[in-house]
Design a protein around this ligand. Structure first.
Ligand SMILES: Nc1ncnc2c1ncn2[C@@H]1O[C@H](COP(=O)(O)OP(=O)(O)OP(=O)(O)O)[C@@H](O)[C@H]1O
Ligand SMILES: [Mg+2]
Length: 243
């Protein structure tokens, strides 16, 4: 199995704060890795660097063996990596279907205007995350958190990623919605998708991952199976310190 994502010696500083501290980890193709750590540990900052929304101070990020850490965000999306946002970020003036359309055509907003939309694919993606046909025309302002998270998933899937980064996909969801999104992730895992998943909901995370890493103040403090990481003394101390 080839390496899908390789993060090596990543460092990100915000002034005096070291948000990512010499972090290295890798994901094999088809693997699902959990990234855990208390609030402010630096999980989202890692995602932002992988996507190129934040530039690292040093270190490298490789996707299927190619260095991507100097590319723009759209170039990285084209290379096969895509993320969901912890705080959903739909285009407020666009319907559910149109938001998914942006994901289907990430390169060029003009492409969206001049080419006919692939409404069949939009519908397929919307239904696959649990929307109903009637939801396609709804506006983000009408959506509750569960639907906004579904829209994040659909928009991310629309870019045809090979590696998906999921940031707090379960936050604010009902038990039923968590089950729905979990089923979707499991079915994509069966189809070979590679995942890096951040979740504070550890019971929901456990069945979705092959391995986990834990970070505290940007530094990796444990790596192993879910239970190895959860039983690690440093991990337990970091969570106690975080509350
Ligand atoms: N753009 C920024 N400028 C300055 N500091 C930042 C910026 N983004 C994040 N930070 C700081 O970096 C640290 C890591 O933040 P980050 O959001 O990555 O943590 P997190 O693990 O995702 O936390 P949470 O679990 O609350 O989502 C925090 O101390 C945060 O305040
Ligand atoms: Mg975060």
């Amino acid at each position: 199995m080839s390496t899908a994502l390789q993060v090596s010696n990543l460092v990100k500083r915000f002034g005096g704060l070291v948000a990512t501290n010499n972090l290295s980890f890798s994901l094999k193709e088809g693997e699902s890795l959990g990234l855990i750590g208390p609030n402010g540990a630096g999980k989202t900052t890692v995602f932002s660097q992988i996507m190129g929304e934040l530039r690292q101070n040093s270190g490298t990020i490789e996707l299927f063996g190619d260095e991507i850490s100097t590319l723009s965000t759209p170039q990285r999306i084209r290379a096969g990596v895509s993320r969901t946002y912890q705080i959903p970020r739909p285009f407020g003036e666009m319907s559910v279907a149109e938001n998914i359309r942006v994901g289907l055509m990430p390169d060029n907003i003009w492409q969206m205007i001049v080419s006919p939309p692939d409404t069949r694919r939009e519908r397929e993606l919307a239904l696959s995350v649990g929307f109903l046909k009637a939801d396609l025309g709804r506006m983000p302002t009408e959506l509750a958190m569960g639907d906004l998270r579904k829209l994040e998933m659909a928009r991310t899937m629309a870019t045809a990623p090979k590696v998906m980064l999921l940031d707090e996909v379960f936050a604010g969801l009902t038990t039923g919605e968590i089950a729905q999104i979990s089923d979707l992730i499991q079915s994509m895992r069966k189809d070979g998708m590679t995942f890096l998943i951040v979740s504070h909901d550890l019971p929901a995370l456990e069945p979705l991952i092959d391995r986990a890493i834990a970070i505290e103040r940007g530094t990796m403090i444990a790596e192993g199976t879910f239970s190895e990481v959860m039983n690690d003394k440093a991990v337990q101390a970091s969570y106690l310190g975080g509350v």
